[in-house]
Design a protein around this ligand. Structure first.
Ligand code: ATP
Ligand code: MG
Length: 296
């Protein structure tokens, strides 16, 4: 699959292109009475909220396969979580990388859950001993497990702007206290459940981000992508236990490879540099390995 074709929205018969986010293209049925949505994951990659070039071959299909697998797992069991998937025919051209979904009223909150200290959380902790304003015990190292998973919401900024960490109180102002409490409780419960499933497969789910929407009946549903290597940090559990440096401990199955390369080669001003072929290849391999380890 050529990566160039991944950047432009496709012509799909019966569907009209609605919107393109950094990674996904959304299509609506030509029939306006049909309230479904086709969510097509492209091979585009973003880091630090910047869209990068080139794409990662097969990434859209891998993300879609991971999301589907997790949506199914989470919809099962004693405490099922509703999601946005609906049954129906998906155009053949995008069969491996599209999901048919209900068109939901999306909540403008990125529901981040952190079970481990790293990334922007580690940066803040070193400055102030807090993560998103939540005080933590002293003496924690990069990659350490947190005493409890933390719900650290962000405001989902309109296209072109950067998401902004917000407090729980601000979340309650934006979506109402009851909805905010529900978002927090569901996010923490899904994180715990997913982390336990990942652990059985020798993986640490270090952190993740959920997006939720509300359907016509007011039901909260997990939407967008879920527990993918784009929206989550996954580490190898064995390497985490035995490694002695942060790099060894956080052997990741996600786009950390891209973030690390970008941090070392770019000051986050202006246009990001092109990703080198070996970074693209390594990222593609790690995404494929994650799917294999989780779902095999
Ligand atoms: P932005 O939308 O700011 O570009 P993003 O880069 O995260 O953010 P993508 O993930 O590429 O965007 O695009 C997916 C878009 O589709 C998101 O805006 C997401 O909120 C929206 N979305 C996902 N599932 C649904 C759904 N079931 N109903 C309505 N919108 C949805
Ligand atoms: Mg998104």
């Amino acid at each position: 699959m050529s990566t160039a074709s991944a950047s432009a929205p496709l012509e799909l018969s019966g569907w009209r292109h609605l919107y393109s986010g950094k990674v996904r293209d959304l299509y609506a049925p030509e029939d306006p009475a049909d309230r479904r949505l086709l969510v097509v994951a492209s091979d585009r990659v973003s880091a630090f909220d910047f869209a990068l070039e080139p794409g990662i071959p097969e990434k859209g299909a891998l993300l879609t396969a991971l999301s589907r697998w997790w949506f199914d797992r989470l919809a099962d069991g004693a405490d099922p979580v509703s999601n946005h998937l609906v049954a129906g025919a998906i155009p053949a051209e995008v069969a491996d990388r599209a999901m048919l979904a209900m068109s939901l009223e999306m909540l403008p909150i990125e529901c981040v859950v952190r079970g481990y200290l790293t990334g922007s959380g580690w940066a803040e902790y070193q400055q102030s001993g807090t993560v998103c304003g939540i005080p933590l015990p002293s003496g924690l190292q990069n990659g350490d497990r947190l005493p409890e998973p933390l719900f650290t919401p962000a405001y989902k900024a309109p296209m072109g702007q950067h998401d902004e960490n917000i407090t729980f109180e601000r979340t309650a102002e934006l979506v109402g206290a009851e909805r905010a409490t529900q978002l927090r409780d569901v996010s923490l419960a899904v994180y715990r459940r997913a982390a336990a499933i990942a652990e059985e497969r020798g993986l640490i789910l270090a952190d993740t981000k959920f997006e939720f929407g509300v359907d016509a009946d007011g039901v909260l549903r997990l939407a967008d992508e879920v527990l993918t290597s784009d929206s989550s940090r996954y580490w190898d559990a064995e390497a985490w236990r035995t490694g002695s440096t942060p790099t060894e401990r956080m052997a990741s199955f996600d786009k950390q490879i891209v973030r690390d390369w970008l941090s070392a080669h770019w000051d986050k001003q202006g246009t990001p540099p092109l990703l080198p072929a070996e970074i693209v290849a390594q990222t593609a391999a790690r995404y494929a390995e994650l799917l294999e380890r989780l779902t095999a």
